[in-house]
Design a protein around this ligand. Structure first.
Ligand code: DX5
Ligand code: ZN
Length: 220
């Protein structure tokens, strides 16, 4: 079987917040495939990051896809604002609202790709019956809210289960992993079947972003 291409999505959460534009530009120049934007509301997760105004301002600095990870509840009222701000992919957690199917429909109706995020304790069955509306499944390998946490190896079996589910569906669904992804943990994620790796600290915490991204691809 040919090796699956792996895309790297640096998370700006670990960047210098006083220089976000430059940091986005630097990540794109260093070979990032997507830019991962973590939106936190201090309610769904115990941290606050930034909102659609910042996403919109960043759009002038990088043309790579913007991968917006909503850790907010409710999420539905803010989907149009993030779509207008320039998000290409909008992902949300099933726990953020009572009607995941409708949320995914709203994202698709705005012409954006829709993602479902599974927390460490959330079972794969949460996404099983909405695969037809799903462009991306994100497996959280830490509890959401903070960068720099240790990778949870218990999530590798979930990645493998989802890889089998996606392949059996015949659909084009990206399988992303987020949290504690480093040059050491990345090979395990790829082996389990992930094809998009989010990395905050392992990119923005390093002096050479291009070398850090290459290392995540296993080219270090
Ligand atoms: C955590 C966020 C992650 C975070 C990852 O809630 O969803 O995207 O930025 O940071 P690292 O790569 O440092 O674990
Ligand atoms: Zn994230």
């Amino acid at each position: 079987m040919p090796a699956r291409p792996v895309r790297i999505a640096p998370s700006l959460l670990a960047a210098d917040f006083a220089r976000l534009g430059e940091e986005a530009r630097a990540a794109a120049a260093a070979g990032a495939d997507w830019l991962h934007l973590d939106i936190m509301d201090g309610h769904f997760v115990p941290n606050i990051s930034f909102g659609p105004v910042v996403v919109k301002a960043l759009r002038q600095h990088a043309s790579i896809p913007f991968d917006v990870h909503l850790m907010i509840s409710p999420a539905d009222p803010y989907i149009p604002a993030f779509a207008e701000a320039g998000a290409d992919i909008i992902s949300l957690h099933p726990e953020a609202g009572p009607h995941l199917h409708r949320s995914l429909q709203s994202i698709r109706a705005l012409g954006k790709k829709a993602g479902v995020v599974l927390n460490p304790a959330t079972p794969v069955s949460a996404v099983e019956h909405v695969l037809d509306l799903t462009d991306l499944i994100l497996v959280m390998s830490v509890n959401p809210g903070f960068g720099g946490q240790a990778f949870l190896p218990s999530q590798l079996v979930k990645i493998a289960t989802l890889r089998a589910m996606i392949d059996a569906s015949g659909r084009e669904i990206a399988l992303q992993v987020d949290g504690g992804v480093t040059a050491e943990t990345a090979p395990h994620c790829i082996e389990a079947g992930a094809d998009v790796l989010v990395a905050g600290t392992a990119v923005f915490g390093k002096p050479d972003y291009a070398a850090a991204i290459a290392a995540l691809r296993g080219q270090g």
